[in-house]
Design a protein around this ligand. Structure first.
Ligand SMILES: O=C(O)CC[C@@H](O)C(=O)O
Ligand SMILES: [Zn+2]
Length: 520
């Protein structure tokens, strides 16, 4: 039995609490999941994420440029220096060769662009903040880049219902700031909030850090305005919470990564700004203890729990090494970030402290610190939010974003570590415990085909063997499109293809993305 000893419980003037117990030895997780091998479409010896051949779209001509320049004077960009950053994704792993970047300001302009492109068979790559991680937001070849960057206006905000309506290019952090000034918040928060656009968030059905509390965008998005491939504007920009008048068409565009239409405006239900927010950063000696802490946390914090996130010790090493962040607690095999958001500070703090007393008394948590002040909260959150950035400094990164039964999520990391051994530089696990969503990331000094062959399709077979999803929240984009069959039946994928063919018969919208190469 682990020896429990509380060493300190300090309360500083900054309301930064620190809890410490003696550090238990780590219990390395030895469980290896049973892998159910399954033959799937798209498997085999091909490299499924490689770009397919260019489809026979037209190439941009001087006459096309003339049309765009007249439609968008000063906002039709052909300068290669400006185009460079729009042609490459954030991870710098997918690079297109588009020669035109269009920056519409209005839905009508988007409609005219698409009508023209559809007529002349020109492919289009819609782009928001270009923060995606699956190569979904950049051209693969010479597709015209349609940026939402200048569609950045809030259209309406109803302070009684909390419903915000805005253009697709609003940056998530700007929306959060706009709402906070009005005592509301966005139901969505992500590490990329400073750059990502709400239209991109909706198009990828981004999950993020608050999904545990506020649910997915499939629930909080009330309406969408979408421009279809042929330029028709689909006005589903409802602000109703209840509307059962037939098919919920907006759901087709949420998570379809710009392959069915370009989202131009969004209405979204926003929660009230909580009056009290606390963040606890805790250390655990094993993933089993972390899961038990999660169970207790749900029971004891209940309605005020807004996030339960984790990172492992390898993530912490990368944060320290590459970003020079300082671990605020004793070194531990696992770290948890818990956020509470409620309306009565004293009540919330009491609940949180009762919870912390319980998990520390049972030695489930070996060390921890709590923040209630904004800058300290931000500092604690950055330990979780900046792991992706730290990984980018570590080398070439292989990224996996899987949904699994929560009790299995770390088995995949330990199994992969064992499988890859010294061949990988880092094998790390972090993610959204509350959502059963693991981010398994593996790095190597350089892109290494032999290492990749050891990871894939094994990681997808492992996931599908647990009835998991090969893309929990990042989408399929270019990189994961051919792995869709690990998580969806052939019938479902065929139906997706039928819907694509109906809405975009020429296939001009974000080609080579989401749908596997076997379905066009
Ligand atoms: O980089 C990743 O793998 C995850 C990014 C993001 O979804 C997160 O939760 O931090
Ligand atoms: Zn995530």
């Amino acid at each position: 039995m682990a020896v429990f000893e509380r060493l300190t419980r300090l309360k500083s003037t900054s309301r930064f609490l620190r809890y410490t117990t003696s550090l238990c030895p780590a219990h390395p997780c030895t469980a290896t999941a049973r892998i159910q091998q399954r033959r799937v479409h798209g498997g085999g010896s091909e490299t499924p994420s490689a770009a397919p051949p260019r489809r026979p779209f037209s190439q941009v001509t001087p006459a096309d440029l003339d049309f765009f320049t007249r439609l968008l004077p000063g906002r039709t960009i052909t300068d290669p220096d400006v185009l460079e950053s729009s042609n490459v994704d954030w991870l710098k792993s997918v690079k297109g060769s588009s020669e035109v970047l269009l920056r519409p300001k209005t839905t009508e302009e988007v409609s005219q662009i698409l009508r023209y492109c559809n007529e002349w068979n020109l492919a289009v790559s819609p782009q928001g903040g270009n923060t995606g991680l699956v190569g979904g937001s950049v051209p693969v070849f010479d597709e015209i880049i349609l940026s939402t960057a200048l569609m950045n206006q809030v259209l309406t905000f109803d302070s009684i219902s909390g419903i915000l309506t805005c253009q697709a290019g609003c940056v998530l952090e700007n929306l959060s700031q706009y709402l906070e000034e009005r005592d509301f918040i966005m139901p969505l928060d992500l590490g990329a909030k400073g750059s990502c656009h709400i239209g991109g968030n909706v198009s990828t059905n981004a999950g993020g850090l608050r999904l545990l509390r506020y649910g997915s965008l499939r629930g909080t998005v009330l309406g969408l305005e979408v421009v279809l491939a042929d330029g028709r504007v689909l006005d589903c920009l409802s602000t109703l919470r209840k509307d059962n008048t037939g098919y919920d068409l907006k759901q087709l565009f949420i998570g379809s990564e710009g392959t069915l239409g370009v989202v131009t405006a969004v209405s979204i239900l926003c929660p009230r700004k909580p009056k009290s927010v606390n963040v606890a950063f805790l250390g655990c000696s094993s993933f089993e203890n972390l899961l038990e802490t999660f169970q207790i946390c749900r029971g004891m914090l209940g309605e005020i729990l807004s996030a339960f996130e984790f990172l492992d010790a390898s993530c912490m090493s990368l944060l320290e090494e590459h970003l020079k962040l300082t671990n605020p607690i004793t070194e531990s095999p696992f770290y948890i970030v818990i956020e509470t958001a409620g309306s009565t500070p004293a009540h919330d703090e009491e609940k949180l402290h009762n919870f912390l007393d319980t998990v520390m008394a049972s030695a489930l948590v070996i060390d921890g610190t709590v923040a209630t002040e904004e800058t300290k909260i931000k500092a604690l959150w950055s330990m979780r939010e900046r792991v992706t950035e730290a990984l980018r400094h570590d080398g070439y990164t292989y990224k996996y974003d899987v949904s699994l039964p929560v009790e299995k999520i770390y088995d995949l990391v330990t199994d992969m570590r064992k499988r890859l051994g010294y061949r990988a530089k880092s094998v790390v696990g972090y993610g959204h415990v509350g959502d059963g969503n693991l981010h398994l990331n593996i790095t190597s000094p350089m892109k290494d085909p032999a290492l990749l062959a050891a990871i894939e399709p094994y990681v997808y077979e492992w996931t599908s063997g647990c009835q998991g999803s090969v893309s929990a929240e990042h989408g399929l984009g270019l990189k994961k499109r051919n792995y869709i069959y690990y998580s969806k039946s052939p019938e479902a994928v065929t139906l997706m293809g039928d819907i694509k063919a109906m809405l975009d018969p020429k296939g001009i919208l974000n080609p080579y993305k989401t749908l596997p190469d076997s379905v066009r």
